[in-house]
Design a protein around this ligand. Structure first.
Ligand code: SAM
Length: 219
């Protein structure tokens, strides 16, 4: 059972106390140090990621956050900057045009100038962020006006590294969590959430939650 919500302006952004705790609060660099040249979702879910990116027009200069050796884009963008924890995995990402090793839980600041990207993505990883509102504010900063940020996720994760609030939630609540990240970080269009694999189908479900950088000033 999670504790009652904290104050909306407090450090946890209105999420319950303990929401962002993890079983393994140790250094992410140690956990992600070993190479994992695997796919974290099945072929149907991967296809759904590529399809939603294509449908939403993810292209131009793209930032793939919490990336690895695959970014799932069906259409090669003009530029693909991948940011993650494991340099060898990022080096093997054939679609990438540049690579950045960065621990967003240690420092959510993105090492890019304002309005550097047309689109940003985060695939099956948003559940590992312990300061998501800071990261979402940074993503907004580095996007052009109307630039899109697409988060996709399934029902699998590294449970020791996922936040407690995620583990305690069902699929619908997880969509609400990511939508709340957009709403509470500020300066985004109304977020959309959708199941992108056929309802009730066998295999990994794939959810997407996305919003566009709005013209409104971020808080
Ligand atoms: C489940 S994998 C997903 C990788 C890739 N996005 C994909 O679709 O296959 C989780 C990824 O999140 C990245 N990650 C986890 N914690 C991170 C952190 N604190 N800062 C930056 N990236 C992180 C790891 O490098 C890892 O590649």
């Amino acid at each position: 059972m999670l504790d009652p919500p904290t104050h909306p302006d407090g450090p946890d952004g209105g999420f319950p106390t303990g929401f962002f705790d993890r079983v393994d609060a140790g250094d992410d660099a140690a956990f992600y140090g070993p190479d994992r040249f695997v796919t974290h979702i099945d072929a149907g879910a991967i296809a759904a990621v590529g399809a939603v990116y294509r449908e939403l027009g993810v292209g131009g200069r793209v930032l793939d956050l919490m990336s690895s050796w695959v970014s799932h884009l069906l259409d090669p963008p003009d530029e693909l900057v991948v940011l993650g924890m494991n340099a060898r995995e990022l080096a093997a990402n054939a679609a990438a045009t540049s690579r950045v090793v960065r621990d967003l839980n240690a420092d959510p600041a993105l090492p890019f100038p304002d309005a550097r990207f047309d689109a940003a993505t985060c695939c099956v990883s948003v559940d590992y962020l312990v300061r998501p509102l800071d990261v979402f504010r940074e993503v907004r900063r580095v996007l052009v006006p109307d630039g899109i940020f697409v988060c996709t996720f399934s029902n699998r994760c590294f449970p020791t590294k996922a936040i407690r609030g995620w583990l305690a939630s069902d699929d619908e609540a997880r969509c609400a969590i990511v939508s709340a990240y957009f709403e509470r970080s500020g300066g985004w269009s109304e977020p959309h959430a959708a199941l992108r694999t056929p309802p009730g189908a066998r295999g990994d479900p794939l959810w997407a939650v996305w919003a566009r950088r709005s013209g409104a000033a971020a808080p």
